[in-house]
Design a protein around this ligand. Structure first.
Ligand SMILES: [Zn+2]
Ligand SMILES: [Zn+2]
Length: 376
């Protein structure tokens, strides 16, 4: 297994708590990797940056960020190298940061005259990875529900590949989902409804948008479970045996496209572009959070808003909870349709019940298209 090889290469048998040089080694390697990738984006912006995003970058801030990543990779690397016997993690981080500096670091000038055209969204992958990891990994390390399940659990590399697969081809995704959506707003929008909604307070508009989105999501999610052909695609999302922030990324592109499309179409009838964008940001943050290995719970809130424990019950392989909890934002939508299941404790196990799927990203991408039966 790839994870085992990585563990053998970078890991050791020393303690991994705070102050042992373990996390500083991880941070050094992570920041080194990000800074090296970011400098590559500066060198080849036409090829490695997303046309949709590059026009919005505050370049001064981005350069400061790259410089900070380089400095942090070196500092954490030095600390980790002093603290730990095995120094490969620290050395990798420092080497990547030094390579980034040797390539010109944060001050590489962009000389190209950038134009639209095919590009890889490396910039979006690096930025979102940094942002999501900074938000969710500390939450999972500080308050985990399953402390023995580390950040680098089984199959984490598979989920990183899934994360890459939804970020690198950003143009394909935005072409498949966002572009038709924004174009369709012109045709689908119902002016009377749009004007009526636009007069409401912003917060109410947003709340209504989430209700509409989650209701639409409920039905497409139900179909993904109940229609055998669709389940083949959705089974991949349910194959994670351990849930955390990045496990939520494991999803077939057909599944993603269907869900996004199904949600956006009804929203385009009456909501503005700003509300649509606000919803896209909210769904990314909230959906990622509900997959987190995160224990704290607010009893008063969990009846109204999906918290991690609620969505974890959707992912269990325990018989009593199969085909329950389809809503991703509001549990009361499941109550209305009779698919609510929320006992006091957490589930004991996760994954598919009595079903096997291909282990690799490529296998999982192809397999649902070839014939296969769901065995209950
Ligand atoms: Zn599901
Ligand atoms: Zn999920």
């Amino acid at each position: 297994m790839l994870e085992q090889k990585i563990n053998e290469f970078f890991g050791d048998s020393e303690a991994t708590g705070f102050g042992t040089g373990w996390w500083s080694g991880i941070l050094s390697a992570f920041f080194g990797f990000l800074s090296f990738g970011a400098v590559l984006c500066l060198h080849f912006p036409q090829l490695l940056s997303s046309p949709e995003l590059r026009v919005h970058y505050p370049m001064h801030t981005m350069r400061v960020l790259i410089q900070c990543l380089i400095v942090a990779a070196i500092l954490f690397g030095v600390f980790s190298a002093i603290k730990r016997k095995k120094k490969i993690l620290a050395l990798s981080g420092m080497l990547l940061a030094i390579a980034a500096t040797a390539l010109g670091g944060a001050s590489v000038q962009i000389n190209d005259n950038l134009h639209n055209g095919p590009a890889i969204g490396l910039d979006w992958f690096l930025l979102d990875l940094l942002l999501m990891a900074l938000i969710y990994v500390p939450l999972e390390r500080l308050w985990p529900q399953y402390p023995e399940q580390g950040t680098f659990r089984d199959q984490w590399t598979l989920d990183v590949v899934y994360f890459m697969s939804t970020h690198l081809p950003i143009q394909i995704l935005s072409f498949l989902v966002l572009l038709p959506a924004t174009q369709a707003t012109k045709y689908l929008g119902v002016p009377v409804l749009q004007e009526f909604i636009a007069r409401m307070p912003w917060l109410l508009q947003f709340f209504l948008a989430v209700v509409v989105a989650d209701t639409a999501e409920y039905f497409i999610h139900l179909a993904l479970h109940k229609v055998p052909f669709l389940w083949r695609f959705h089974a991949i999302h349910h194959s994670s045996k351990a849930l955390d922030w990045i496990a939520g990324s494991r999803s077939h592109f057909v599944d993603d496209t269907l869900v996004r499309g199904f949600i956006l179409v009804p929203m385009m009838l009456g909501f503005s572009q700003t509300i649509l964008m606000a919803y896209l940001i909210f769904v990314t943050l909230h959906a990622t959070w509900t997959h987190c290995n995160f224990s704290p719970n607010a009893k008063w809130l969990e009846k109204f808003l999906v918290m991690p424990r609620y969505h974890h019950w959707h992912h269990t392989s325990q018989k009593e909870a199969i085909d329950k909890n389809f809503a991703i934002h509001f549990p009361w939508i499941d109550r209305i349709f009779g698919t609510y299941y929320f006992p006091k404790e957490w589930p004991e196990r996760y994954g598919l019940a009595g079903e096997e799927i291909a282990p690799s990203f490529l296998g999982q991408t192809i397999e649902p298209f070839t014939k296969r039966k769901r065995t209950p």
